[in-house]
Design a protein around this ligand. Sequence first.
Ligand code: SF4
Ligand code: SF4
Length: 213
Amino acid sequence: MSTKPAKPSFWHGIARETIPWFPTVNADKCIGCELCFVTCGRGVYEVRDHKAHPDRPYDCMVGCTTCANICPTQAITFPDRQLVQKVEREHKILAIVRQEATAKRTKLEAEKARAQAEDTVAAATTRMAFHIAGEFGEKRFLVKLEALIKDRPFDIVNLKLEVPTLKGALEKTPSHMTFEVTSTDQQDVAVLLAEVRQLLRDNQLVLVHEARL
Ligand code: SF4
Ligand code: SF4
């Protein structure tokens, strides 16, 4: 069984295989409970014949002693922690750690900014359906609606006008209109929605229903 990692790995710039930090299992004490195998997030252990085997010792996180702390029979031991501090001193890793900390902070901030941007897009209303009723012809509602989107990144789509009967329309029976307010570049249409609602009020039209799409 090879104890070498599949790929060369490094701990703060130091070849991991040059740092003798890994668990040793006392087979006489091990009862094969598999707690270490289940707990280690780095896949260091295998269990064979009811005994734990740290088959991938160099995958162990330098300085970690979790498996030793939880082993019910204290079968797992590690080198003295001073070994880690000696490696830190000899390799002067603190300058490298500072660079890594800066890179980590930059990455976290970029991820946070991306998540916030995604939340903003998700929260934005980019399409809203309207169902309205009233008299449209004489009030030239469509012309006013068109004026609202002129030279702006919005559009009115799927517009349908239902006139119950031609005679009814002549007698000023209310007609129904449906349309969708949308953005041509995925912007929030909230500003335009407020203007459309105001236009409905100004034209004594009835807002039957509106729904975010
Ligand atoms: S936790 Fe301890 S007793 Fe349990 S399998 Fe691992 S080494 Fe053995
Ligand atoms: S010390 Fe941590 S990383 Fe290393 S083998 Fe144990 S649980 Fe895994």
